[in-house]
Design a protein around this ligand. Structure first.
Ligand code: RI2
Length: 314
């Protein structure tokens, strides 16, 4: 099946699958960029043939990782632009130009959204705050970095985020940008929570009821924050809202290799041990204080209204 796709598309699929490219916003932009290049990969004979080829490429890319809804949402903007162009009666050349342009628009908007989230979220960080963040979210980092650039004296706890240690990426980035950061084991979150003023995390997907799917361990941290009355901010672009949840579907949680949790050689010596390695968990809305999007700040219970507005269902 994948033989028909360009080397770049297949490489992007592999990069997302193996997490060489990771982070919900980044994978959406990588997929849309690969689809943009796919537009000109072969010379199609008709708009319909082009549409069919692009749909196959889109479905292939969507299957690279299951949870981050930014991936299908980003890809769908490209597919919708083809449908729109065909409905408008564009000839093949104009259709391809239009689709490539719309792909660029998505990428540009995604970058702008992260910046805007930083500006809005930073308003909720005050001078002297200690912030705890989990995993490696560009949107969460945008909030932290903007607050720091505004001159606020802040301290960060970054959890290491086992089993793949994306927290190290966050800690290294913040330290390189002059922000005081302390890397802690995930298991130390409760011990240090009493020193934390705000928890700031990203999201891979948001259900319309305001539940947030993010890196495994997020719900534990949110529960600890709830216990100690620490506020939890989720920083996420609106394309992370899952339309399927409006129709009652659940968000699929990606299960990853057991060898991320323990080495194969060790597991081979202990064949009776089973390993579960979910990449994400679900934080219920009651453990989240607010969600910062590029459209503004919403309580988790307000996400349904935002969703209806975005999809013109209201
Ligand atoms: P941004 C990441 O998933 C993390 O869970 C992070 O919180 C989330 O994506 C959002 O990241 P993974 O790809 O879009 O590391 O804010 O599994 O960068």
């Amino acid at each position: 099946m994948s033989e028909e796709f360009s080397p770049k598309l297949k490489q992007t699929f592999e990069d997302i699958r193996t997490m060489k490219v990771r982070g919900a916003g980044r994978i959406a932009r990588a997929a849309v960029s690969a689809l943009k290049d796919e537009v000109y990969y072969v010379s199609d004979s008709s708009p319909e043939e082009f549409y069919k080829r692009m749909q196959a490429a889109a479905n292939y890319l969507k299957s690279s990782r299951p949870t981050a809804v930014s991936l299908p949402n980003g890809i769908n903007t490209v597919i919708k632009s083809i449908q729109k162009g065909i409905a408008q009666g564009l000839d093949l050349k104009s259709l391809k130009e239009y689709v490539a342009k719309e792909a660029d628009v998505f990428i540009q908007k995604s970058i702008e959204a992260q910046k805007k989230i930083g500006e809005i979220g930073a308003k909720r960080i005050v001078n002297g705050d200690t912030v705890l963040t989990h995993c490696n979210s560009q949107s969460a980092i945008s909030v932290i970095e903007t607050a720091f650039k505004e001159g606020k004296q802040i301290k960060i706890f970054a959890t290491e985020t086992r089993p793949r240690f994306q927290g190290r990426l966050t800690a290294a980035y913040l330290a390189d940008h002059g922000i005081e950061v302390t890397l802690i084991p995930d298991t130390a979150a409760r011990l240090y929570m009493r020193k934390v003023d705000k928890v700031v995390v990203g999201a891979d997907a948001i259900a319309v009821n305001g539940a947030v799917v993010n890196k495994i361990g997020t719900s534990q941290i949110a529960a600890l924050a709830f216990e100690s009355r620490t506020r939890v901010m989720v920083a996420a672009e609106t394309y992370k809202i899952s339309p399927q949840t409006y129709w009652g579907e659940l968000i699929e949680i990606e299960m990853r290799s057991p060898y991320e949790v323990a080495p194969k050689s060790w597991l081979d010596r202990h064949p009776r041990i089973k390993v579960m390695n979910p990449a994400f968990d679900v934080t219920p809305p009651q453990y989240i204080d607010f969600i910062v999007t590029e459209k503004g700040i919403y309580p988790p219970q307000g996400i349904i209204m935002l969703f209806k507005e975005l999809y013109e269902l209201a």
